[in-house]
Design a protein around this ligand. Structure first.
Ligand code: HEM
Length: 391
């Protein structure tokens, strides 16, 4: 399944074909906010927007769109509620995880709730899959834009794929798509929320990003995905954000197959190991002033450090055979969304004070505290008029 994901679904070729989907989703959100901002400005002089929800809308829309292609799938509040329940349950503290025999009692009703949420999500994905099959067999899908569900229907259709020795085709298709939704939406939303919060607390860096956008894009048109190669400071902001606040702090578990000696310690085969990203990303010997937000380091001293798992000092997407399958997609969405937001709006905190990012403030932990900001348009109204309204 990883091969299918990496080669067929998240390959550079496929991602290049989907560039218009990413662009239109982001532009649409900017346009909606502009309408809101202009409306509010007339009434109240400013507009308060909750940015976590704003980012979540974009990342969910883009992800669902690449999964469904242009098939009509239903994404209502029921889906959003199930997704939220999924993440809340994933982070819940469950006593039976530590003391397995307590599972019998299901204290707090978590297991029952998990089964209910799992069923709800599976029912929804089955509905989407049925719609994709209907389009395929009716010939409607021919020539239409393909989503991941369509591609997987084609790949699994001849009944010979290796994965079919383990699961039936429908389960593979639904589970892979659900895996992308779960792995891709919350992680990118959290990272974008952190990036914006860091910029608001570091106005000098925000100004540098604005200046870069003025130089390479200007005020006459919108940012395009093809501009991103020139927007190196925005790319550095995302890297520095991932270093400081990687949404995943412990990589998925590894197990060594052979005995080995590590820093003089004997580690027997079969030892389970968690890689602590926070330690790597905050090591003062590698990252001077590790607690500081300094995107500049990625244009100077750490220019050659990338995020794709080759430099072990910075591996927010993991590394190796099980490294993140969606790293390119995630970076494209995050960089373009941040650039479009900064280009279109003047962004400030409601009080003019910095955001309290201390752990005790709860920002932005599991019960993510909202990130409310004041948005004001940076451009005249006509500037926004060419933006899409339909994605
Ligand atoms: C900021 C965004 C993201 C971060 C920080 C992130 C991080 C990670 C990490 C740390 C892993 C485990 C890697 C390892 O253990 O070596 C992982 C796995 C994975 N990610 Fe991401 N991810 C992000 C976005 C995405 C997106 C957008 C997608 C897909 C659309 C995605 C799909 C996957 C998949 C399928 C795996 C499992 C790979 C495997 O087990 O073979 N991720 N991700």
């Amino acid at each position: 399944m990883r091969k299918i994901s990496v080669i067929e679904l998240l390959s550079n070729y496929r991602l290049a074909m989907l560039s218009h989907v990413r662009e239109s989703s982001v532009k649409n959100s900017v346009k909606n906010s502009v309408k809101q901002v202009h409306g509010m400005l007339v009434k109240e002089g400013s507009c308060l927007v909750e940015m976590k929800r704003w980012f979540e809308d974009i990342t969910t829309k883009v992800t669902l769109r690449i999964i469904a292609g242009n098939a009509k799938i239903e994404v209502d509040d029921g889906f959003r509620a199930a997704l939220k329940a999924f993440f809340d349950l994933g982070g819940a503290f469950i006593l039976a995880d530590a003391i397995p025999f307590l599972r019998w009692f299901d204290f707090g009703g978590y297991e029952k709730e998990m089964k209910k949420t799992g069923k709800k999500m599976d029912d929804l994905l089955q509905m989407w899959l049925d719609e994709h099959k209907r389009r395929k067999f009716s010939g409607e899908a021919a020539g239409a834009e393909k989503g991941f569900m369509d591609v997987m229907l084609e790949i699994l259709d001849d009944g010979t794929h290796e994965a079919l020795n383990f699961f039936d085709a429908d389960t593979i298709n639904k589970a892979t798509c659900l895996g992308f939704i779960v792995a891709g939406t919350d992680t990118t939303t959290r990272s974008l929320t952190w990036a914006l919060a860091l910029l608001l607390n570091n106005p000098h860096e925000l100004k540098k990003a604005q200046e870069e956008l003025e130089t390479h894009v200007g005020g006459q048109r919108q940012v395009k995905e093809s501009d991103m190669k020139n927007l190196v400071y925005i790319q550095a902001i995302i890297r520095e954000t991932m270093r400081l606040h990687s949404p995943i702090q412990l990589l998925t578990m590894r197990e060594n197959t052979e005995d080995c000696i590590l820093h003089g310690y004997h580690v027997p085969a079969g030892t389970r190991l968690f890689v602590n990203l926070w330690m790597l990303h905050n090591d003062p010997q590698i990252w001077p002033d590790p607690g500081e937000f300094r995107p500049d380091r990625f244009l100077t001293t750490h220019k050659d450090v990338d995020l794709r798992g080759k430099h072990f000092d910075l591996i927010p997407f993991g590394s190796g055979k099980r490294g993140c399958a969606g790293v390119s997609f995630a970076l494209q969405v995050m960089e373009f969304t941040l650039a479009s937001l900064i280009h279109a709006f003047q962004i400030t905190t409601p009080t003019g004070e910095p955001i309290d990012m201390t752990e005790s403030s709860g920002f932005p932990t599991k019960k993510v505290r909202p990130l409310e900001v004041l948005l004001a348009p940076r451009r005249p109204r006509e500037f926004y008029e060419g933006l899409v309204t339909d994605v």
